[in-house]
Unconditional design. Structure first.
Length: 30
């Protein structure tokens, strides 16, 4: 999925779902 983050407001970019995905990615990378 290709997202232009510059077009997405900060609070939309870091919604609860996005945070959950980011946390899962970081944990899997450790």
């Amino acid at each position: 999925m290709n997202i232009d983050y510059s077009e997405i407001p900060f609070h939309e970019r870091f919604s609860d779902d996005a945070q959950a995905v980011a946390i899962a990615v970081v944990q899997s990378a450790l």
